[in-house]
Design a protein around this ligand. Structure first.
Ligand SMILES: O=C[C@H](O)COP(=O)(O)O
Length: 214
């Protein structure tokens, strides 16, 4: 299972969480990665943790003030990027352009979407993976894998119908190893989570709990 920890803009110490991600990754068969804010990518990558960006824009080098250039994100040490997170929604053409920009910079891609229908559309754009996240469950601590298992199973089916090579993650409310196991049982190849680790008093313990049953 792939466990991708999005730090959003939570007031955690990104290096402390990254060091925990690195150490827990080294002690488990699961794959762990962390997605800090853009300004923290370089410091986080220096820990040796697998580092992802939270967003890149559909742009190239040039006059694009305030944008996130995929090549710069990769130069800072990211190896992948989220695209179209629920808190950073893009127009369809910009999702497509961001996937192409990430490919150009050799970044792995996870395109997020709200529901199975959007997952099918996202899979058609050719990312490495898609992540289904019902917005109403994000940050609630109520796991999508238990509260809305159909959305996960239907997302897996929707992606497979479009492109079986596209992996499916699920996210929203995931915070325990049981939640991760339930996600896997529904067909997801990974989980995207945030508050369960970024807001934990002890991020390392939270990560250990997440991978313990794997
Ligand atoms: O990127 C992560 C998702 O939005 C899930 O957030 P959450 O784990 O706090 O529910």
């Amino acid at each position: 299972m792939f466990v991708l920890v999005n730090l959003k803009t939570y007031p955690c110490d990104p290096v402390e969480v990254a060091e925990a991600v690195r150490d827990v990754n080294d002690a488990t068969d699961a794959r762990l990665a962390v997605a800090p804010q853009a300004a923290h990518i370089e410091r986080v990558a220096e820990t040796g943790a697998e580092t992802w960006a939270q967003h890149v824009d559909a742009i190239e080098h040039g006059s694009n003030t305030g944008h996130a250039l995929a090549e710069s994100v990769a130069d800072a040490g990211a190896v992948g990027t989220l695209i179209n997170h629920s808190e950073r929604r893009l127009k369809l053409a910009d999702i497509d352009g961001a996937v192409r920009a990430a490919e150009r910079a050799d970044l792995e891609t996870v395109v997020c979407a709200n529901n199975p229908a959007q997952i099918g559309a996202a899979a058609a754009l050719g990312p490495d993976a898609v992540a289904v996240e019902p917005p109403a469950l994000i940050g609630t601590g109520t796991p999508v894998s238990q509260a809305d298992p159909d959305v996960v199973e239907n997302a897996v089916e929707a992606a497979a119908n479009v492109d079986p090579t596209v992996s499916v993650l699920c996210g929203a409310g995931i915070s325990t190893g049981d939640d991760v196991v339930a996600a896997g049982d529904l067909g997801a190849e990974g989980v995207l989570l945030a508050s369960g680790v970024a807001k934990a008093d002890d991020p390392q313990s939270a990560l250990e709990n997440l991978v313990e049953p794997l």
